[in-house]
Design a protein around this ligand. Sequence first.
Ligand SMILES: *Cc1c(COP(=O)(O)O)cnc(C)c1O
Length: 411
Amino acid sequence: MARINDNYLKLAAGYLFPEIARRVNAFAEANPEAKLIKLGIGDVTEPLPEAIRTAMIRAVNEMGKSESFHGYGPEQGYAWLREAIADHDYKARGCEIDASEIFVSDGSKCDSGNILDILGHDNTIAVCDPVYPVYVDTNVMAGHTGGANEDGRYEGLVYLPMTDANSFEPALPESPVDVVYLCYPNNPTGATASRETLKAWVDYALANNTLILFDAAYHAFITDEDVPHSIYEIEGARKCAIEFRSFSKNAGFTGTRCAFTVVPKGLTGKASDGSDVEIHGLWNRRQSTKFNGVSYIVQRGAEAAYSEEGKAQIEELVGFYMENARLIREGLIAAGMTVFGGINAPYVWVKTPDGVSSWDFFDQLLNEAHVVGTPGSGFGASGEGYFRISAFNSRENVEEALQRIGAKLAV
Ligand SMILES: *Cc1c(COP(=O)(O)O)cnc(C)c1O
């Protein structure tokens, strides 16, 4: 009889989006005439930029001729894409990241989970709370935790609360941790980390031999000049950090799939015999063994994100979502609500009025305004009393949702 991985049975808390779907379906069945507006799940809505589509069509046509057909590509990604990434995302911002340190993949979600393959099982692991659930659940699956308590917190993980009481700046862990996940601009709170904050994390990591897993999926939404886009803008980060990036949110690739992970050479971890081992080589081995690369067509599309037209079209796309974010932010403030985020990130983090719970506010908004958002408590115990509203939607839907919420609050 095949044994299963019992750790999966601990994943009781993974109910957020299914529970939202259940409540939305029940509402829709009872109110078939209601027009629901979904500002919940963080998926993009606007079309893939033209420069990217053109590059992909060209690549499809190349695949149709034997002279220009492409079979398996390098597991790490094509050199031309890795070089474009190194030049535009890193060298242009003063970060010394070489193309050979970039690993192209089909998603940051997978990479941030797969990275555990090359890490040991006895690390002390810290996550922010609220948190992107992937970081937590993949550690549960890997057997790095005990069970969950009634707040959904897993035994064995170090939770770093991030609330308005600490201006969404989690305190450094009280005792040393081996690995910490950071996501900036932050999903779900929309908070950003200043240069000083990131420097404090890098200094902490260097002093404590901590590995920082830095998720920069939303870097393109940064509007403030002085907010770093990459952890490698901080001196010393090459010695302590891996960075995850994705084309999903900036270039609209959620359904197209392309991302990358940066593993600097010289970044090391400890083997159980006490020796220092380069993480770059381990990740290269892991990817070459378990991954066969992203499709040629998709990588050509990703490359076009760095052309002059591609960059301009992405800027416009990001600008469109950020205008939605501004409207949501200002609309909710005008309706008397306390809001955070939405300035350097496509998420607005709302404090629920009158201290109602996240789920009660979800039900209220669903029943009275027919608007769907995401309860903050679903992202962690410290998200209780908050609510996430996403700027990924059409202008029309955002405006109508705001009107309904405003109208509701006025009565
Ligand atoms: C959307 C998102 C990603 C991107 O995931 P992909 O698998 O590349 O689509 C990564 N991290 C966070 C926090 C996200 O919200």
